[in-house]
Ligand binder design. Structure first.
Ligand code: A2P
Length: 319
């Protein structure tokens, strides 16, 4: 498995298992099968509501001697309602308790959006649920994330859904440099400038929704959303190599030196996705895929751009 350098001395496996949208009851089996297949990188978040199930599966595998803790890379994310500095460490501790771990390999600020703590582990239902970034600046949340590294609760810290501007702002005040920016990335949203900028600063990227998140909630779906599976150019590559469309999308992500976290709860697809990490696409394949870019977001940020708040799509993505 290819790995990417993180911080001074660590490496993250380029392909990991995504756990967003995995339903209760499915995930324990999926994690157990994934470990058997060879997966060592698991991407979690408090808001997915399933960290306790991930924790049970990991603990069982460790106790059975199938894998050692130090062979695993576990990422989780701070939910938006826990951005106040005093809430960051308790939020991380809750995640650690659920995952049955002493420390994380990577802890990310999930979104550059702050919600009121009273909301708990949930989504806003109106503008009253929001806090502005003037009230709780990202730099203050970041400083609290840094204390989690000091306390040995997270080996590395990073961000998710951050634009170039927000990365640059953070670098101004950060004592611990962000190690990772996890963003939506796939052939329809290649994020070339962001990738280049982060790499220039030694920040790795992880691609979420690399397969287009077909199982995303209905509120995030529109009839004319493009899909990779039916794209004629991808179909040509499927025939040329005898790989599936999903494998091509994953191999493309890894070949451009980004990590990728496809979600699956199906054993065959878990295997198929894992095998994609060993696929080599040629220059012509990469060039063909690069032509598919259309800056299309499946997760477009609508949830946060609510009237009566400071948040807009423009200032969320800074574009
Ligand atoms: P399933 O969990 O039943 O395998 P993303 O990682 O972009 O969020 O996409 C996840 C979606 O893609 C899920 O619906 C998942 O279904 C499906 N999926 C995962 N791997 C594959 C694959 N190799 N081929 C087709 N669909 C896949």
């Amino acid at each position: 498995m290819k790995t990417l350098k993180i911080g001074e001395n660590d490496r993250i496996p380029a392909l990991g298992l995504g756990t967003w949208k995995s339903k209760e009851g499915e995930l324990y089996k999926a994690i157990t099968e994934a470990i058997e297949i060879g997966y060592r990188h698991f991407d979690c978040a408090a808001i997915y509501g399933n960290e306790a199930e991930v924790g049970r599966a990991l603990r069982h595998a460790i106790n059975e001697g199938r894998v050692k803790r130090d062979q695993l890379w576990i990422t989780s994310k701070l939910w938006n309602s826990m951005h106040k500095p005093e809430d960051v460490r308790p939020a991380l501790q809750k995640t650690l308790d659920d995952l049955q771990l002493e420390s994380l390999d990577l802890y990310l600020i999930h979104w550059p959006v702050a919600l009121k703590p009273s909301l708990g582990n949930g989504f806003p239902t109106g503008s009253d649920d929001f806090l502005s970034l003037r009230e709780v600046p990202l730099s203050a949340t970041w400083a609290a994330m840094e204390t989690c590294v000091d306390a040995g609760l997270a080996k590395h810290i990073g961000v998710s859904n951050f634009s170039i501007k927000k990365i640059d702002d953070l670098l101004q005040t950060a004592r611990v440099k962000p190690a990772m920016n996890q963003v939506e990335m796939h052939p329809f949203l290649q994020q070339g400038t962001l990738v280049e900028h982060c790499h220039k600063h030694g920040i790795q990227l992880t691609a979420y929704s690399p397969l287009g998140s077909n199982d995303r909630p209905d509120r995030l779906k529109k009839d004319d959303d493009p899909n990779l599976r039916d794209n004629p150019k991808i179909k040509i590559l499927e025939k040329k190599h005898d790989y599936t469309w999903a494998q091509i999308a994953l191999a493309w992500a890894i070949q451009r030196d980004t990590a990728v976290i496809p979600k699956s709860v199906n054993k065959d697809r878990l295997q198929q996705n894992y095998d994609a990490a060993d696929i080599e696409l040629d220059d012509d394949d990469m060039a063909k895929i690069s032509m598919l870019d259309r800056h299309f977001r499946y997760i477009n940020g609508d949830t946060w751009a609510q009237q009566g708040t400071d948040y807009t799509l423009e200032n969320l993505w800074d574009e």
